[in-house]
Design a protein around this ligand. Structure first.
Ligand code: NAI
Length: 281
């Protein structure tokens, strides 16, 4: 997509962090916005800020893990603007850090329901209608640098983000194989200054936080605090759409870790233990 002015973008998880930063970057390009989030108060605040700046924006309170709710979001977007050109399947959450065998089925369902099925619903609900619309368009799925490497932390999140990378590659190939005017990208951010560590603020019956988990959360928060600004990520998404790039990296200097993982795979060695590198100074 070369022309963003007047195009309509749907963004999930738009009330905070990367979703909000992307909305801001899109608004600066004259795009019209459909903002979706599970957190009503935060969503209304963001919408009011955009409206005050004269941005053409509508919003819907949506849980992306609910297939029907995402179908309704697509109905709402088309009813509001008559077209959808860009979809950012961005809403995501992260679990507290335990060993992989220590999680409950609720933990698995919560993270996979949002991070994996949320993206699947976004693709299923929007892409057929965007193809039928016949206009150029772009789908951006938010994975993570954690979707490219493996380590010893937040294993459900890592599994979900590997799935998002794989699903995005499938989407890309399926679109190309059918000569579609739509394109796809996968966003793989490193540290970004957002509220991701407090993900369970929107979780029903979130388990209480032990002292040990609080400490690991604090360490994770320190990484997030030294991350880049979400608006910078939004600007990278804009560039990625215009330049038709598939993999969108915010921290390309970390990619040696991905090579190390694939070297171990190629050489039949034990898996490389990738660590999220020191935050960008
Ligand atoms: P954030 O917590 O600031 O924003 C996430 C937004 O998603 C929130 O507004 C939240 O209310 C919304 N959300 C949560 N569950 C939802 C649901 N079921 N339905 C609809 N909306 C829901 O966090 P951030 O960092 O902006 O997260 C956005 C994406 O970026 C996520 O997919 C995350 O995994 C990814 N990411 C973030 C990184 C970081 O360092 N912050 C690094 C790599 C990836």
């Amino acid at each position: 997509m070369k022309h963003l002015e007047g195009a309509v973008a749907v963004i999930t998880g738009a009330a905070s962090g990367i979703g909000r930063g992307t909305a801001q970057a899109f608004a600066e390009r004259g795009m019209r916005l459909v903002l979706a989030d599970i957190e009503p108060a935060a969503l209304h605040k963001v919408v009011a800020e955009f409206e005050a700046k004269g941005v053409s924006v509508v919003s819907s309170c949506v849980d992306v893990s609910d297939a029907n709710a995402v179908d309704s979001l697509a109905d709402f977007a088309y009813a509001s603007f008559g077209q959808v050109n860009v979809v950012c399947n961005n809403a995501g959450v992260i679990e507290n850090n335990l060993a992989i065998w220590e999680y409950s089925t609720d933990d698995w369902n919560w993270v996979l329901g949002i991070n994996l099925m949320g993206v699947a619903h976004g693709i299923r609900s929007f892409v057929p209608r965007m193809i039928d619309g016949g206009e150029p368009g772009h789908v951006v799925n938010t994975a993570s640098f954690g979707g490219l490497i493996c380590g010893s932390a937040t294993p459900i999140y890592i599994a979900s983000k590997h799935a998002v990378v794989a699903m995005s590659e499938s989407l890309y190939h399926d679109l190309k194989a059918r000569g579609s005017k739509l394109n796809a990208s996968v966003l793989c951010p490193g540290w970004v200054r957002t509220s991701i560590v407090e993900s369970d603020r929107n979780r029903n019956n979130a388990p209480p936080l032990s002292e040990k988990l609080s400490r690991t959360r604090q360490r994770f928060q320190q990484g997030v605090n030294t991350g880049i600004d979400p608006h910078e990520v939004g600007a990278m998404v804009v560039d990625g759409i215009i330049e038709e790039r598939f993999y969108l990296h915010t921290h390309p200097e970390w990619l040696d870790q991905v090579s190390a993982r694939f070297d171990a795979i190629k050489d039949g060695k034990s898996p490389a233990l990738c660590r999220i590198p020191n935050p960008k100074k």
